[in-house]
Design a protein around this ligand. Structure first.
Ligand code: ZN
Length: 367
């Protein structure tokens, strides 16, 4: 059964090839560098031609690379295609800059690679480079829990892989998994979620999770490398703790509207960029999780959601004192300001307004 690409969810899982023997490691790395050079050659060429088409490169162009790098037509075709996609990505931008390939990464299709079950000595897969411009060799891939979990969850392994070298010289393979996207749930609650890294993720149905992340981040702020890896796993754990069974839609803050510096006062040791990354990362993780469960993610303007009173529909700066919400007009409260924000996001979701402003304007016109 063939389905169009829109019906497919995609996930990649990275495996580092630390156990690969030095000879093979060198061969594979040389191949990645080789591909990188060819790709850079094509990026330069398409940039020079101002070709943003994204179409397949024509044969004379493919042959230019083939003759220059003394390799196969097929490899040049594949790399020219990847170079075109990179150049094309500049097309929409107002200020177009010649793309520089910062990472050593190459996508390999089934012409160059096959993936087979291996199951020996702690290895699960054998990735075989099969020529067509790539070297011929077998890469045993160590088993990882994440890959086993994906397969147990019904994900299908794509025939295409990505391969690359990290800045510290470590070689990796990305496996690509695909699965049909489930239909959106029709039954369930619409729930608002406020993400504030002092208090974690606060849901309008009363669930809270991830309140340990902020503390941990501050403790580790000086050693960013460790922080990111650890915080990633903390966010993963936090999201796993949420009970999604009664939820059909989650209303979250539209991150485009979250200005930097408006997220409360971070201590000086708490890196701004890190906090920004934290929001993005937890949003991505939540989004993926929701996609897999058929839960809709709705984005709303977070402006004033923690100071707005959903009982008298009035907003006042004084409604919020620190973490406490208490309405100065109707005295509704006392509750946590983040919980109030999540309730207001839920309200926006239920009523279909993008922000508090639109909600208030529509009330004014009614009375
Ligand atoms: Zn009120």
């Amino acid at each position: 059964m063939k389905r169009s690409k829109q019906h497919l969810m995609k996930r990649t899982t990275r495996v580092y090839l630390n156990q690969l023997n030095p000879g093979k490691t060198a061969t594979v790395k040389n191949f990645v560098y080789f591909c990188h050079n060819i790709m850079q050659y094509y990026v330069d060429l398409f940039w020079q031609r101002q070709d943003f088409s994204g179409k397949l490169a024509d044969l004379p162009t493919v042959h230019l690379g083939k003759n220059r790098f003394l390799t196969t037509t097929r490899l040049c075709q594949a790399l020219a295609k990847q170079a075109k996609e990179i150049v094309r990505s500049q097309h929409k931008k107002n200020v177009k800059r010649k793309p520089r390939l910062r990472y050593h990464t190459v996508t390999l299709f089934y012409h160059f690679v096959t993936i087979e079950k291996f199951e020996q000595n702690g290895f699960d897969w054998a990735v075989k480079l099969i020529g067509s411009g790539a070297p011929r060799l077998i890469i045993p891939v160590p088993s990882t829990q994440l890959i086993q979990q994906r397969i147990a969850d019904g994900w299908l392994l794509s025939k295409t892989i990505r391969m690359g070298i990290r800045r510290d010289g470590r070689l990796w393979i990305d496996f690509i998994f695909e699965k049909e996207r489930p239909k959106l749930k029709e039954e369930g609650k619409i729930v608002g979620m406020d993400s504030n890294y002092k208090n974690g993720l606060v849901f309008s149905d009363g669930q809270t999770t991830g309140d340990a992340i902020y503390k941990r981040t501050i403790e580790f702020a000086k050693r960013q490398k460790h922080t990111k890896a650890e915080v990633k796993s903390l966010i993963g754990v936090a999201i796993k703790q949420i009970d999604f069974s009664q939820i059909k839609a989650i209303v979250v803050e539209d991150l485009k509207k979250v200005k930097s510096g408006t997220r409360g006062t971070f201590s000086r040791r708490f890196n701004r960029r890190l906090s920004h990354w934290l929001y993005r990362y937890s949003e991505t993780l939540l989004e993926r999780k929701c996609e897999e469960m058929g839960i809709e993610v709705i984005r709303k303007n977070p402006w004033k959601t923690s100071q707005f009173c959903r009982h008298c529909f009035k907003w006042d700066r004084r409604n919020r004192r620190g973490d406490k919400f208490l309405c100065v007009n109707c005295h509704h409260g006392v509750e946590h300001a983040d919980f109030n924000a999540s309730k207001n996001l839920e309200l926006l979701g239920l009523l279909g307004f993008y922000g508090i402003h639109d909600l208030q304007n529509s009330c004014k016109s009614k009375f």
